[in-house]
Design a binder for this molecule. Sequence first.
Ligand code: 8X3
Length: 253
Amino acid sequence: MGLVSMSQKTALVTGASVGIGAATAKRLHHDGYSLILLARRKDALDQLNQLLGGSHKVITCDMTEQSQIDSALDQMDHVDVLINNAGLALGLSPGHESDWEHWSTMIQTNCVSLAYLTRQLLPSMVSNNSGHIVNLGSIAGTYAYRGGNVYGATKAFVEQFSMGLRSDLLGTKVRVTNLEPGLIEGTEFSNVRFEGNLDKVSSTYADCEALSADDIAEAISWVLAQPAHMNINRMEIMPTCQAPGGPAIHRAK
Ligand code: 8X3
């Protein structure tokens, strides 16, 4: 990927087929971006692309496979904006009862693949002295909660990785933002976390008004639209019905 000058910016959205990824794709299409839509499900990406007029690039990619990320990169010319959205939570069990495969998949997807893709795209952004990386962190990266263990740790990685890149990129015009949502409804996040257990999914959202994927897409659009001299380092967003809990105390009786 070499030096280029384009009026229409290209945004790569990972995990673009559903949830925050799809909402962000729709929002950035509205904002005039050319999009590269990455996800595992080609049919869902094609459907989204059709909805947006069919002019965007669709690339099927399982983000847990480095070879598939490499092959996706081979199909891209230039990326101005990277939305590192692909990620997941699996399970809410205490650490001593958690499934190792769940932990491993979260670390691979939320940390390793995110870092790998970013590493591949950074040199061209630095050469072009422009670009913006928006990482999807989580409030779970800042506030521990029961059962959050490795999921929270992966998002703490994303937060620290984002701030580390900010340090590295000082002196360039490449921007980095860690966007940290709280409770979001209407995406596949909880269905994936609870492996389709609808009782657990619905109790997560009972009697409260959570954020929507559109709320986060709106925030991403705003972050990207700020003037070039302004970098939003972190943006933490909770629904009004959610707040940090503080340390817990177990009492003997
Ligand atoms: C999603 C927010 O509160 O479910 O990352 O961890 S939360």
